[in-house]
Design a protein around this ligand. Sequence first.
Ligand SMILES: Nc1ncnc2c1ncn2[C@@H]1O[C@H](COP(=O)(O)OP(=O)(O)OP(=O)(O)O)[C@@H](O)[C@H]1O
Ligand SMILES: [Mg+2]
Length: 455
Amino acid sequence: MAKVKVKYVCTDCGTESPKWMGKCPGCGAWNTMAEEAETTFKAPVGRGERLRAKEKAKSIIDIESGREPRVPTGLNELNRVLGGGLVPGSLLLVGGDPGIGKSTLLLQTSHALTSQGLKVLYVSGEESVRQTKLRADRLGALSDKLYVLCETNLDLIEEAIADVEPDFLVIDSIQTVYRPDVASAPGSVAQVRECTGQFMRIAKVNGVATVLVGHVTKEGAIAGPRLLEHMVDCVLYFEGERHHSYRLLRAVKNRFGSTNEIGIFDMSEDGLREVLNPSELFLSERPLGVSGSTVVASMEGSRPVLVELQALVAPTHFPSPRRMSSGLDHQRISLVIAVLEKRMGMFMQNQDAYVNVAGGVKLDEPAADLAAAVSIASSFRDLPTKPYDVVFGEVGLTGEVRAVSRAETRVKEALKLGFKRVILPEQSIKGWQPPAGIELIAVRTVADALRAALE
Ligand SMILES: Nc1ncnc2c1ncn2[C@@H]1O[C@H](COP(=O)(O)OP(=O)(O)OP(=O)(O)O)[C@@H](O)[C@H]1O
Ligand SMILES: [Mg+2]
């Protein structure tokens, strides 16, 4: 047997080397050099390539524009994340933990698209067609326009695409597909890159909206080369806590829309249901009248969401106290604790502090700072917060409370859910009329906010 020549390629930056190295000579990252068989580049000769006319460079003025055509998927939460719907010819990557519901989401989307008369090809490399059929039975996703194929050989998948001519294509998952002319195993850097490249060409040339399902690594990133995320138009992550039934769909890259929006679903026996009122869901298990629990009005894209922010401050016997946070940036929590120590005289050097956003939501706006400060101070002093309060605002280094955007939208959401008071930055109450039925407490400093919330 002829010996296959190998080289080593960095999965982060693509630097090549003839021998293995622990550290990438290109980007300096450790343990990123992956073995790959040497291949010579052959220009693709697919059906689409032959049909394509030779392109000439054009002046940008002469290029026709207009809005991207969008195909609404029938799942409003998915449309919201995509920025209105699927763009024909776009390539999407959906990643998520094992068993989180990726196949369920895509099968439901496929069904919704077939109800609009579109043709869908669902290629599963992980499950047999019978398994897919069983799931479709359970989800009520049967349609004569939904074609299912169990195949991992890219050439055969291409034949099926030419045969079915779908409007929407699902590849579940990209790590199982292989190109027979590439010598490495399915899921390797070379295979994933080559196959994604081929799907990109198929998507662009035939105008098929294509979704690739991607496995994630232990750290939560999509497995395979980093390059994968550069090649596709959208990268979506499907997340959720194993012990909860709700799931969040989040865009980390979107060439056709914003990446701020999240979609919220509830997983049930008959599939994913859209959650129309997320605040209600996230507050459903909230304890009332205890210390360390505050409700924050956060913006998830264009939508206000109320979530509970919990803190626990407890004495420690270790010399360096622990600072743990989940759902919030660790650095911001350290900052808030430093402000409480320095400006409020709350000494926490011998205290562990844990901060948690209930329900597995991730808050990445500074507007959550003030709620974190109130929760931590409430737990530290063991004073309960008021169950009818909502808090938001950014905390500055001198202990001042800074304005945040969309205050009116946040206040209205609090009113809608029956809260009685909102503690917010003074600067944020300018330029709009507060609605009747809710009391606004405008604060300038963290000290003011703590006085209002805890006393
Ligand atoms: N009969 C059932 N009743 C209720 N929920 C179910 C049922 N069968 C499956 N589920 C839910 O569906 C989830 C699996 O969904 P799905 O197979 O779509 O996940 P996946 O992300 O595609 O997983 P994988 O990584 O294995 O491909 C399960 O974790 C479970 O929550
Ligand atoms: Mg699956």
